[in-house]
Design a protein around this ligand. Structure first.
Ligand code: AMP
Ligand code: ZN
Length: 141
């Protein structure tokens, strides 16, 4: 797992995953998702618009696991405001578009946004998970 992140970050390191994801790793990269937006690190991008980027999650929790992020850095939903309404709408509609593109619209899918410690947020750049290709239980663990 750590090797996987290190590979994605193109660094050799002994830092923890949290350090990798949230701290500078010596390349001037302070936010891993900003680095993906700015093409400083590679991601398997499936869609890009003026406002959002969507790519495969590096550690997938379902057969289809995509992340949809705004290009502008917002840490999480706590930091969003009315000024972000349009991008939040675009993120949700992008999830819908990708669900159709990846053939999940009939079988079903889940969109999720983890916010803060109790939700297990690990990357502090707003993102929406689009998960599909298997059954999900409810309530979530
Ligand atoms: P969260 O736990 O909601 O903060 O989700 C962060 C997600 O980002 C996790 O599912 C990670 O597997 C994923 N992730 C972290 N780094 C990368 C990366 N470089 N490329 C793709 N996905 C990543
Ligand atoms: Zn960022």
């Amino acid at each position: 797992m750590r090797e996987k992140y290190a590979k994605a970050l193109q660094v050799e390191t002994l830092h923890t995953i949290e350090e990798e994801l949230n701290m500078s790793v010596g390349n001037g990269i302070e936010c891993i998702f900003c680095a993906i937006v700015n093409k400083q690190i590679k991601a398997n991008i499936v869609l890009e618009s003026d406002g959002v980027v969507a790519f495969h999650d590096i550690n997938k929790a379902a057969p289809i696991h995509l992340l949809i992020i705004p290009k502008e850095h917002v840490a999480n939903l706590n930091d969003a405001s009315i000024d972000n309404s349009s991008i939040l709408g675009e993120m949700l509609l992008t999830a819908r578009e990708l669900a159709f593109q990846f053939g999940l619209n009939e079988s079903g899918y889940r969109v999720a946004m983890n916010t803060g410690r109790d939700a297990g947020q690990t990357v502090f750049h707003l993102h929406m998970h689009l998960l599909g290709g298997r059954h999900f239980s409810w309530p979530p663990g």
